[in-house]
Design a binder for this molecule. Structure first.
Ligand SMILES: NC(=O)c1ccc[n+]([C@@H]2O[C@H](COP(=O)([O-])OP(=O)(O)OC[C@H]3O[C@@H](n4cnc5c(N)ncnc54)[C@H](OP(=O)(O)O)[C@@H]3O)[C@@H](O)[C@H]2O)c1
Length: 276
């Protein structure tokens, strides 16, 4: 990975985070480029190469990371397509809801131009190098490019590969939107403790550390969440009382419905973007 020239199209939050992560893993800043109408803040932080012209930025690049908003992806990729010639770079798209077929089409891929594209669904904790990214590769992505894409995304957290692109809509509902579910749970827990009499600062600190500690424990343990939960739930104890209230309130059904709603919206958005 260290010898590859990686160009980011779009130098916003996600590109910023990926660039920071890549430099931390030992990628030399000279091999990183970013094309953005206003990439100056990035340039001030890292000695990377900044461009305002996307076409100029992709010349000789081995990897092109498409990191613009989904709404402008058709326009940006169609403009890049005219400047592409063999050997084609590896494309990595981190845009939510943009399907591989559409990207390939906008970039000018056809039976003659076989493009290697990896579609990624990262999530917001990538901004603090603790993201969860699901990756799906087009059939022309070779083993080296698979490893390359994985190493780039690993710079901002955990990666998993998907075998079926339709699962991206489930990933969007789970880990893409997921940080908001956990923020909501933290918010309601904190509020409930304040309602019982704790100060806001105490409620906040205890809520956040409990969320962090539980996630750390679950990640480091070989046991699944259900068994960890059972272990901390003594018969006749306080936790059992609270869990009964949550389960009787239909928590599982609520999350089933919530994820289905998010998945449906992801499908709908992908269709809308694809129609452009
Ligand atoms: N942030 C997240 O947590 C997150 C999570 C999952 C997926 N994603 C995906 O990651 C992608 C980037 O998100 P982000 O949060 O980094 O967005 P962002 O901060 O808005 O970054 C996008 C950047 O692209 C620049 N840009 C606009 N038009 C451009 C063009 N024609 N050529 C090159 N650059 C252009 C924007 O500049 P201006 O601001 O000047 O327009 C902005 O700096 C999105 O597709 C999003 O779906 C983000």
């Amino acid at each position: 990975m260290k010898k590859n020239i990686i160009t980011f199209i779009g130098g916003g939050n996600m590109a910023h985070s990926l660039i920071g992560g890549l430099i931390q893993t030992g990628v030399v800043p000279e091999n990183l480029r970013v094309a953005d109408p206003t990439a100056q803040p990035l340039a001030a932080q890292h000695p990377i190469n900044c461009y305002t012209d996307n076409i100029e930025a992709i010349q000789g690049a081995h990897v092109i990371v498409l990191a613009v908003k989904p709404q402008i992806m058709p326009e940006v990729t169609k403009a890049l397509s005219v400047a592409l010639s063999p050997p084609y770079p590896l494309f990595i798209s981190i845009a939510a809801g943009i399907r591989l077929h559409d990207l390939n089409h906008w970039l000018g891929g056809d039976s003659k131009h076989k493009l290697s594209i990896v579609r990624v669904m990262p999530n917001t904790p990538a901004l603090v190098q603790s993201g969860a990214s699901a990756l799906f590769a087009s059939k022309h992505v070779n083993k080296t490019q698979h490893e390359l894409a994985e190493n780039i995304l690993r710079a901002v957290g955990l990666t998993v590969w998907l075998e079926d692109e339709t699962h991206m809509d489930i990933v969007t509902a789970l880990s893409g939107s997921g940080p908001a579910y956990f923020f909501l749970i933290m918010e309601v827990l904190e509020k409930a403790a304040i309602n019982l009499g704790l100060s806001q600062e105490t409620a906040r600190l205890l809520t956040l550390q409990t969320a962090f500690g539980s996630a750390k424990m679950a990640l480091e343990s070989q046991e699944d969440a259900a068994s960890l939960r059972t272990k901390v739930t003594s018969k006749g104890g306080t936790t059992e009382q609270a869990l009964q209230v949550l389960q009787q309130g239909g928590l599982q059904t609520l999350f089933d419905d919530a994820l289905k709603a998010a998945q449906q919206r992801a499908i709908q958005l992908a269709e809308e973007f694809g129609a452009q």
